[in-house]
Design a protein around this ligand. Structure first.
Ligand code: CP
Length: 339
């Protein structure tokens, strides 16, 4: 039996190794179950999962909803454009409305950092047992993406046992706009927890040098790091150097507004310097998997040919694993609910 004790899942900085193992094992179990047709798992029968996405999403929202349905939960989604947000209702009051309708789990995405945490704090203060899962907040955290990326990499390196230490001392390169990426931040906590050594690669405007200290600063309110010994984080500006002897690569979506903010000169130059292609991957000296959380800007973060090369690019595998990882999270939280 797992020692899972997270009523809310806001930030992977709070995860210990056993938490990661619980998620990885369950994700694999769900992935290998035949879930088609009526063969759903009754684990969340009678439970209501509400997806409150105040910011657009394709993958995260749909896969949480599919995950909840695979576990036989009822699902209620929320559309900001037709909601009472237009009358000035706050995210907290929106969340409390869904709680009053009986939601057991709220999956919340918001463009502002800390909205899911603030809602979780308000529920805790009132003794409300509804769980909050962060579906991505501002620049802070996207824990379910970090977990599905972790599972995808571990399953790639160790498909038989899926042990976290299959990442020990692996060199994982994360390329692109780290500064504005909640995905990168969640991956830094998850991958270093398993001993991976991370190389962050990109221009100084998008990859500040002080990211090398990221894992030394747990979030406000958290006293201790639950991981005894983490992997390392290094910043490397030159993609060629970063890719040398890499074991895996993750590249991140480049938001086009970075041009308007004068953080980049133009997209063509970015692609030449930091875009991934089959030719650039030869610098790794061996075949390596390439991940991207999506959505992908074809021809900017990576070439279309690379994106479509399923022998290298694991984007589709990440999407598939996303459903099972989110099933694992919902299942684990529900276990706690019943205790
Ligand atoms: N990776 C990710 O968060 O995608 P969506 O914005 O489509 O949910």
């Amino acid at each position: 039996m797992t020692n899972w004790n997270h009523r809310h899942v806001i930030d992977l900085a709070t995860f210990c190794l056993e938490d990661y193992i619980s998620v990885i094992e369950l994700t694999h179990r769900f992935k290998t179950l035949p879930l088609k047709g009526s063969r759903k798992i009754p684990a969340l029968q009678g439970r209501l999962v509400a997806t409150l996405f105040f910011e657009p999403s394709t993958r995260t929202r749909s896969s949480f909803e599919l995950a909840a349905k695979n576990l036989s939960a009822d699902v209620q989604s929320f559309t900001p454009s037709t909601s009472s947000m237009s009358k000035g209702e706050s995210p907290l009051d929106t969340a409390l409305t869904y709680v009053a309708m009986g939601a057991d789990v709220l999956v919340i995405r918001h463009s502002s950092t800390n909205i899911p945490q603030q809602i979780a704090n308000a529920l805790d203060k009132d003794g409300i047992k509804t769980s909050v899962i962060n579906g991505g907040d501002g620049l802070h955290s996207h824990p379910s993406q970090g977990l599905l990326d972790l599972f995808t990499l571990i399953n790639h390196f160790d498909p038989i046992n899926r042990l976290p230490n299959s990442l020990f001392r692996k060199k994982i390169v994360i390329v692109g706009d780290i500064l504005h990426s909640r995905v990168a931040r969640s991956n830094l906590w998850a991958l270093t927890a398993c001993g991976a050594n991370i190389v962050l690669c990109g221009p100084a405007s998008l990859v500040p040098q002080d990211f090398e200290d990221f894992i030394n600063s747990p979030p406000p309110g958290q006293k201790n790091d639950p991981i005894n010994k983490r992997g390392t984080i290094k910043v490397e500006r030159c993609l060629e150097k970063a890719l040398s002897n890499a074991d895996g690569i993750m590249t991140l979506r480049l938001q086009k507004e970075r041009m308007r903010q004068y953080l980049l000169t133009d997209l063509d130059s970015y692609h030449i310097e930091y875009g991934l292609t089959h030719e650039k991957l030869e610098l790794c000296g061996r075949p390596v998997p390439v991940l991207h959380p999506g959505p992908v800007n074809r021809g900017i973060e990576m070439s279309s040919a690379l994106l479509e090369d399923r022998s290298i690019c694991l984007v589709e595998e990440q999407i598939r694993n996303g459903v099972y990882t989110r099933m694992a999270l919902l299942y684990l939280i529900n276990t706690l609910e019943k205790e």
